[in-house]
Unconditional design. Structure first.
Length: 343
């Protein structure tokens, strides 16, 4: 991986990558800063187990680049970065552990601003805030509800523009009902959509299914459900060659980052006339919220920006239909043009 890391830093133009370790807390973290061209880089801290160190480094590099794309597509004055904290054991003292992580973040002097992500809690952000100002999510709370609202807006735009349907006539399958997936289930069922859910946590599935009247299926069954739209809201890579062969939905639009396992699948999706709404377009609501907190914007203004994801998604899908290419291509071109523009 070492040479791979250096090669990727060169070809994909990462600003810098930082490695941290503390023996006492058994804490290993990697912070990848992809770009600070448009401002300080914001990105969540993911705390999870990894098969090996290489997969943690690959994850943080992919996620950091995705954050740059997300900030640009949503016109935010920020760059992209991400932190991965490798989970070595379950029994940690969260105060001591995240206080040490805060020292790492502080040492980057504001080039990287941390936030909540999969595996970290809003209460962890409050612990971090005691040691460094470079953390978001303590003022306006968790970004997850805004992420879910933005995905709902993208879903409505995709259903209307691509299938000429609205929520009340649609069936949506959600994979993963954690912070984002559960809130999304609530928003969709409130507007009359039929929702099918799955999670590896069976008791959570039973609880959410009862609360919102969603149909529950097993994790293995969710991708093959007859539905209009598949919303991946667990972890990345769920769109792969095997899952594509059983997918029945005509649209993919969800919250997980890096949903498509390998880049060649974007063309296959387009050939099969499956609309893939780019993850960084649909799931930008949380970043919009924490960027709004950073800029001291009123909550009403932040919500309007999140709701605007509807119009951005609609515009990108219309362009893709006009140019007969994927929505992913259109969005990527917009981002790369801004990233490579000298001004
Ligand atoms: P979370 O950890 O709260 O929820 C993820 C859920 O997915 C968990 O309930 C987990 O049990 C479930 N899961 C894991 N593997 C699964 C599988 N194979 N099948 C079904 N369910 C499975 O995370 P979250 O905050 O809800 O985020 C979900 C995804 O959205 C993540 O990929 C995250 O990076 C991305 N995302 C989150 C935010 C945010 O604001 N929270 C913002 C942007 C992107």
């Amino acid at each position: 991986m070492n040479s791979n890391l250096i090669a990727r830093m060169k070809t994909e133009k990462y600003d810098n990558v930082h490695f941290f370790h503390d023996d006492e807390q058994d804490l290993t973290a990697v912070v990848a800063i992809h770009s600070t061209k448009f401002g300080p880089a914001i990105g969540g801290a993911r705390f999870k187990e990894y098969e090996n160190n290489d997969s943690a480094i690959t994850d943080v590099l992919n996620l950091a680049q995705g954050m740059t794309y997300k900030a640009i597509i949503h016109d935010l004055p920020h760059g992209g970065a991400k932190a991965v904290i490798i989970k070595n054991r379950n029994n940690i003292d969260r105060t001591a552990f995240f206080s040490k992580y805060a020292e790492f973040v502080d040492s980057l002097q504001g080039k990287y601003i941390t936030a909540e992500d999969s595996g970290t809690l809003n209460s962890d952000m409050h612990i971090i805030k005691k040691r460094t100002p470079y953390v978001l999510g303590t003022g306006l709370g968790s970004p997850s509800p805004s992420t879910a609202l933005g995905i709902k807006q993208a879903i409505v735009a995709a259903l209307e523009t691509y299938l000429n349907k609205d929520l009340s006539s649609s069936t949506i399958a959600i994979q993963g009902i954690g912070n984002v997936g559960e809130e999304l289930c609530k928003l969709l069922t409130n507007q009359g959509a039929q929702v099918i859910i799955s999670d590896i946590n069976a008791s959570k599935v039973a609880e959410v299914s009862k609360k919102y009247g969603a149909k529950a299926v097993s994790p293995e069954e969710i991708i093959g459900q007859t539905c209009d739209l598949f919303a991946p809201c667990a972890l990345g890579g769920s769109i792969n060659i095997r899952s594509l062969d059983i997918l029945k939905a005509k649209i993919i639009c969800g919250g997980a980052n890096n949903q498509v396992y390998t880049p060649d699948l974007y063309d296959i999706l387009h050939e099969r006339k499956i609309l893939y709404v780019p993850d960084y377009l649909a799931n930008g609501g949380g970043l919009i919220k924490v960027a709004g907190e950073y800029a001291n914007e009123p909550e009403k203004k932040i919500r309007e920006k999140v709701e605007n994801i509807y119009y951005k998604t609609q515009e990108i899908i219309l362009q893709s239909l006009k140019q007969d290419c994927s929505a992913n291509d259109i969005a990527n071109k917009l981002v790369i043009a801004r990233l490579t523009n000298k001004n």
